[in-house]
Design a protein around this ligand. Structure first.
Ligand code: GLC
Length: 632
């Protein structure tokens, strides 16, 4: 049962779609202290576990660390971090008492989940207007389903978005894209999408295409489509300040950019240089920005990724001025070690600074709202602006859209990707751990940058990562400018890559069907073992395996130089290895096993009396035969 408790007059975040009458706040079952900052507290027993918070670092069981809901352009997803790009304010406490808690509050929240005191949870809101949803249920999965029911159905992308996708910050000219397409084909590597990062634009201006690089973009898009490749351009939140650029001029004239306290446009520096930030919290600005995508959809584009929408601010005008003053002051002194650090930090600290986030305003139905108080909605509302436009213009399931920043509610109009990870083995595991947590919050279409965004990849790391990517709805290989090339054909053992990618296409009918069912039923595609085997202590503590759908368990190899791994089976299962068109299988009993997995194999564990469909391998979703299926 879901109970709602309202504190003060909360901002309408649009996260919850169900109409729930609020109970008296005095009846809220957890300890609640009101003040300038509202604090929710409750005690936890020794063995209680805490799940949720969506996109975050550390374990599936989140207990023992302090997290923050604060959408952040975080370039290093290391364990010391508290916040990443999404603000997903939902947790489930699982012990003798089980309950779910959604804190619908768009400002900053600190979640101290047994960090300061191991037996205490302390949730501090940077404000005192919020809705709390308290959910009782029989099981964790039941609580998730009840939660998902009140926040509305998850976004479903077009079918082809389940194909394999290649991205790289650095593809710029037409021949870069055709080469990627042709080299995949030549090496028997399947592919459905190629991503266009910021370089396709004219001076990084949203809704422009560089005419020198793409003299006839429309024909190029249609030529790629004739080869069954979808081109997916990036759209950044900031709109370049440039006179004569119609998007900027119109946004400026109509007052659609976020404002300083003196009503001038707030300006900051991102990839294009100085930009205006569209005021996505202003309904008219939102509709205006959404309709700009038409420029690209008119040319045949049917997929987008929205980026830098935390919003990421490299610097603001004021921030830069302050840093310059500080530097000038330091220059007058003798440089010792502390002044050296001061110089270094003067510039580093102005990026994504709280001073800036506190200094600009949104126009919400005529009322000025400070950005800091609604920060976590910015990216979500950007993506809603696009998603809502696409649904109006094209209907559901026609356009692919996913975002970097998000808040619960955006799961109805888009997917998410997990941002700028590294080519680190530990990030394969982090990818796995985020899956159930974001699923709980409604985000089903999701995935990490396979192979890692930052740093240099190695062939074995990429293969192991792909072997988990095979199961994630968004299966995209992406890397940063200047890092080692990581397309599947860059390595000597290309056949190994073809073997793993073939498995994705064999599994698409199963993954797609499971995805749709989970969207329809408000279910999770990926679940911690603790949700399915709550009485099995070993299963509850597993942090590197997940249940997938009703049928399977996944347990990838995620360590360097390993020819296999140890796996825990909470019940007897069939251990299947898929590679290209080959399948081997072996029955294993409940308990701990060591299983060998070669680099070109995808391991999968299927429960007894369950079967999963397999298609024949294909080179893209258009050529995939989804009717003629065999079963394992
Ligand atoms: C951001 C994005 C990344 C993209 C880059 C350049 O870092 O997270 O995916 O490649 O910007 O646009």
């Amino acid at each position: 049962m879901v109970k709602k408790f309202r504190l003060g007059t909360p901002f309408d975040t649009k996260a919850v779609t169900a109409n729930i009458k609020s109970e008296r706040i005095s009846a809220f079952p957890l300890d609640l202290t009101q003040g300038e900052r509202c604090v929710v507290m409750f005690s936890i027993e020794k063995n209680d576990m805490i799940f949720g918070l969506g996109e975050a670092v550390r374990g599936i069981n989140k207990r023992g660390w302090v997290y923050e809901s604060w959408c952040s352009d975080e370039t290093e997803h290391t364990e010391d971090k508290r916040a990443l790009y999404g603000a997903h304010n939902f947790i489930i406490v699982s012990g003798k008492k089980k309950f779910g808690l959604f804190v619908d509050f768009p400002g900053k929240i600190e979640w101290d989940l047994g960090y300061s005191k191991p037996s205490e949870v302390r949730i501090t809101l940077d404000g005192n207007n919020a809705d709390f949803y308290y959910i009782d249920g029989d099981s964790e999965r039941d609580i998730v389903k009840q939660f998902r029911k009140i926040i509305g159905k998850s976004y479903i992308p077009p079918f082809w978005a389940f194909g394999y996708q290649q991205s790289c910050w650095g593809y710029s000219k037409q021949s870069d894209f055709t080469a990627v397409r042709d080299k995949h084909r030549k090496n028997n590597l399947p592919l459905d999408c190629i991503y266009m990062d910021i370089d396709y634009m004219e001076r990084f201006k949203d809704f422009t295409v560089n005419k020198e690089l793409f003299p006839d973009f429309k024909s190029f898009v249609s030529d790629m489509r004739a080869h069954n490749i979808h081109l997916i351009p990036i759209i950044d939140a900031g709109v370049k300040k440039e006179e004569g650029y119609p998007v900027y001029d119109e946004g400026h004239e109509k007052g659609y950019f976020c404002k300083n306290a003196d009503s001038t446009d707030f300006e900051c520096g991102v990839w294009p240089g100085t930009v205006g930030l569209p005021d996505f919290l202003n309904k008219n600005a939102r509709e205006w920005f959404g309709s700009q995508y038409k420029y690209l959809t008119d040319m045949g584009i049917d997929g987008f990724w929205n980026d830098m929408n935390e919003p990421a601010l490299f610097y603001s005008k004021t921030g830069l001025e302050k840093a310059k003053e500080k530097l000038k002051d330091i220059y007058t002194k003798e440089i010792d070690i502390w002044n050296y650090f001061g110089m270094r930090d003067a510039l580093a600290r102005i990026q994504n600074s709280m001073d800036d986030y506190s200094s600009f305003y949104h126009n919400v139905d005529g009322e000025l709202v400070c950005h800091k108080d609604v920060h976590n909605l910015y990216g979500a509302f950007m993506t809603n602006s696009a998603g809502e436009y696409f649904e109006r213009e094209f209907g559901k399931e026609k356009i692919l859209i996913f975002s970097r920043a998000s808040y619960i509610g955006a799961h109805r109009t888009s997917g998410i990707w997990f941002g700028d990870n590294y080519s680190w083995w530990s990030h394969i595991l982090l990818n796995l751990k985020m899956l159930p947590s974001v699923n709980m919050c409604g985000f089903l279409y999701c995935g990490a940058d396979i192979g890692g965004f930052n740093n240099n990849v190695t062939g074995d790391l990429l293969l192991r990562w792909l072997a988990i990517g095979v199961f994630t709805p968004l299966m995209r290989n992406h890397r940063a400018l200047g890092t080692r090339a990581q397309e599947a054909y860059q390595f000597d053992n290309t056949q190994d890559f073809a073997d793993v990618l073939a498995v994705r296409y064999r599994l698409i009918p199963y993954i797609y069907k499971t995805f749709r069912r989970c969207a329809d039923e408000g279910d999770m595609m990926f679940r911690p073992l603790a949700f399915d085997y709550p009485d099995d202590k070993l299963a509850c503590e597993v942090e590197d395996q997940l249940m997938l759908g009703e049928e399977c368990m996944i347990a990838p190899v995620y360590e360097q130089n390993k020819s296999g791994r140890t796996v825990y089976l909470p019940e007897p299962m069939t251990f299947v290895k898929l590679s290209g068109a080959n399948i081997t299988s072996e029955k294993l009993g409940k308990g701990i096993h060591y299983v060998e997995v070669a680099l070109n194999e995808v391991p999968l564990f299927i429960k007894e009396n369950k079967k999963i469909p397999l298609a024949k391998p294909a080179l893209n979703t258009a050529e995939l035969n989804t009717e003629n299926l065999t079963y394992i």
